[in-house]
Design a protein around this ligand. Structure first.
Ligand code: GDP
Length: 205
């Protein structure tokens, strides 16, 4: 149990940048296709069962959800992409708000792209990767549901994804196989978040 991440709390939800909390401190953004396992990953990383909603209702899927770790550090759950059951106008409107957030938010420190290990680097994943690269932010590709593959296949997929992603976005990319159900990769992700968020470990602890 990591008490820092266990302390994560819902802060606010926003449909546009103006509703976001003050743009100070550090923020890690988590993006991914619907159903990739993003909510489950957030819950696993924060040692909570229902912090991020799994199987969300349509209305909620269009919001940015801010979780506070402490007053200067946040995790932000982006709406799952690939969600189709809204009108074209609403979808475009919402994409514009997302782009606004991603382009203008200064406190974004790093980007996590959550992908099902069996379906990595889909087109929208690549677009997010390109965005992270363009903004010069470090990127973690989280390969979820790693429990669904044999160990050898997990490592082969990790290598392939790492090579492809580095071709696109250079050296600031890392890839971690992950499983919420089997708790694979949780501590590794927390360690990476500690670096990005500049979380100092208590030397006595
Ligand atoms: P989201 O839409 O990306 O937030 O995805 P969810 O976290 O709601 O997960 C989608 C589905 O995948 C759910 O049925 C989860 O139970 C399942 N799932 C999520 N993570 C894992 C995992 O690590 N292993 C397995 N086997 N299933 C998972």
């Amino acid at each position: 149990m990591n008490p820092f991440y266990q302390g994560a709390r819902f802060l606010t939800a926003a449909t546009r940048l103006a509703q976001a909390p003050e743009d100070s401190g550090r923020e890690i953004v988590l993006a991914g296709r619907s159903n990739a396992g993003k909510s489950s990953a957030i819950n696993a990383i924060c040692h909570q069962r229902a912090l991020a909603r799994t199987s969300k209702t349509p209305g909620r899927t269009q919001q940015l959800i801010f979780f506070q770790l402490d007053p200067e550090r946040r995790l932000v759950d982006l709406p799952g992409y690939g969600y189709a059951k809204v009108s074209e106008r609403i979808r475009l409107d919402w994409q514009a708000h997302m782009a606004d957030y991603l382009e203008r938010r200064r406190s974004i420190t790093a980007l996590v792209i959550v992908m099902d290990i069996r379906h990595p680097l889909t087109e929208p994943d690549r677009q997010m990767l390109a965005w992270g690269h363009a903004r010069g932010r470090p990127i973690l590709l989280l390969l979820t549901k790693a429990d669904k593959l044999k160990r050898g296949a997990v490592q082969t997929t990790r290598s392939t994804v790492l090579r492809e992603a580095r071709e696109m976005a250079g050296g600031m990319v890392e890839v971690i196989p992950f499983s919420s159900t089997e708790r694979i990769g949780v501590e590794q992700v927390q360690g990476m978040f500690d670096l990005w968020l500049d979380v100092r470990k208590d030397p006595g602890g």
